[in-house]
Design a protein around this ligand. Structure first.
Ligand SMILES: Cc1ncc(COP(=O)(O)O)c(C=O)c1O
Length: 436
């Protein structure tokens, strides 16, 4: 029988050629590192509903869903209709538009901390600004983050992303001494690290579910403990809900955990598939960014971006939230149930070889290795056999027409169905047999 690699190469000949051309123009052939996988990524021609279609005509059931941003699937009609109308009107003007206000009204209702809002074009910008605000507001320099936490590529936060976390992530970083990292879900150790820098701690940025680092939910006790500590020493508690915002409910995760963040960052789903980052904060905090009432030295200067709050994103985001608000019951019930089935199904199939993490519509199997028996933080996830999960995902791509970015979590969208999960589990069984 042919190997997954042989099948993939034989099915993706056009992709192979086009990707060779791409490498001539783009480093590694891509513009986002995560999009590359061996031997070469297929080249997408179109995407609709739950499917990606590549240039060779292969069709994949997609669980990557545009960096987990497309909760209604590709080209969702409710969003597409509004976007088409908007594009006939105009798509960029760089001045104030009314859609932004209506959009913000919906965000504010769902995310109470959003007393004041600023839009940018990426999550990376949102987290960069959030840390700047924390430093400006407190007059302190250090930002704490979680080991494995991914908040985009800013120099402010590009530290302790990949295991081993004490090694620098990149040449060219100038300010690494002002970022420290703490282990997820380990309150005692985290507090002792924070204690060592408490006089200069401006804030902590934290995901309520570690996304890129392994789809690992935080315990309520951990988040509450960190928040309590951070507030006691007058630092800011920043929740990065770029993955989790509007993923599990109409709103954020923090509202369900009795948390009281100072700033919440949003992105992905709220853009309705168009580029977005959102900084939401309490008025008392956000007013430091007011350029009218603060002097140059007192203000936190944020809010650039040629395409910030552009009419296309405001329109698509608004259409997305309108649909989710109206249909939150069925949407979150359906995708949460399918997620639960995926998690329990994969656990049964792989048994004690795997721990499946996630919640709601997000899931990820970790192939246990190196003595790891549970996945509560990024170190445990990193010590798992990342080669096997990549092999598993690649086999799904090559042999089964099912797409995950190899090694990353899967996201179920409203257009996925029961039969997709059944197919995924059947395909996973075939892989499990090959492991024996
Ligand atoms: C939790 C989190 N924060 C920030 C970002 C950065 O967002 P963007 O890729 O839109 O810059 C990401 C991207 O995956 C993310 O997962």
């Amino acid at each position: 029988m042919s190997s997954a690699l042989e099948i993939y190469k034989s099915n993706t000949k056009k992709s192979a050629k086009i990707f060779e051309r791409s490498k001539k123009f783009h480093i590694n052939g891509v513009s986002h590192n995560i999009r590359f996988f061996e031997p070469y990524p297929f080249v997408t021609k179109s995407a609709k509903g739950k499917h990606l279609i590549d240039v060779d005509g292969n069709r994949y059931t997609d669980y990557w869903m545009g960096h987990w941003s497309l909760i209604l699937g590709h080209a969702a009609p409710k969003v597409a209709d509004k976007v088409k109308k908007q594009i006939q009107n105009c798509w960029m003007h760089g001045t104030v538009n009314e859609n932004t206000i209506e959009f913000s009204k919906v965000i504010q209702e769902a995310v109470p901390v959003a007393e004041k809002i600023r839009y940018v074009s990426t999550g990376t910008e949102a987290t960069m600004y959030a840390t700047r605000i924390a430093r400006a507001k407190t007059g302190k320099k250090i930002i704490a983050k979680i080991e494995g936490g991914w908040h985009g590529y800013t120099t402010d936060l590009l530290k302790a992303v990949n295991y081993p976390f004490d090694q620098s992530e990149s040449a060219g970083l100038t300010d690494e001494q002002h970022i420290i990292s703490i282990p997820y879900n380990n309150l005692e150790k985290s507090i002792s690290i924070l204690e060592s820098v408490k006089n200069d701690l401006a804030g902590i940025i934290i995901e309520p579910l570690l996304g890129g680092a392994g789809c690992i939910p935080a315990t309520k006790e951990y988040l509450t403990g960190i928040q309590e500590y951070v507030h006691r020493i007058n630092a800011l508690f920043i929740l990065d809900e770029i993955v989790t915002g509007f993923r599990f409910r109409f709103g954020c995760l923090y509202n369900t955990m009795d948390l009281d963040p100072d700033i919440v960052t949003l992105g992905k789903i709220v853009g309705g598939g168009f580029p977005i980052g959102v900084i939401c904060g309490k008025e008392e905090i956000m007013k430091i960014t007011d350029t009218n009432s603060n002097s140059r030295l007192d203000r936190s200067y944020i809010g650039g971006g040629t395409f910030s709050a552009n009419p296309m994103t405001m329109t698509s985001g608004r259409a997305m939230l309108k649909f989710l608000k109206k249909n939150s019951g069925p949407v979150y019930k359906k995708i949460g149930k399918l997620g639960e089935e995926a998690r329990s199904g994969l656990s049964k199939i792989f048994q004690d070889r795997v721990v499946v993490t996630g919640m709601g519509s997000l899931f990820m199997p970790h192939f246990l290795a190196n003595g790891v028996t549970q996945i509560t933080n990024a170190e445990e996830a990193s010590k798992c056999d990342t080669n096997i999960i990549k092999k598993y995902h690649f086999e799904l791509i090559a042999k089964e027409g099912i797409f995950f970015i190899p090694g990353k979590l899967g996201a179920i969208s409203y257009v996925h169905s029961q039969s997709d999960i059944t197919n995924l589990l059947e395909a996973s069984k075939r892989f499990a047999v090959s492991l024996k």
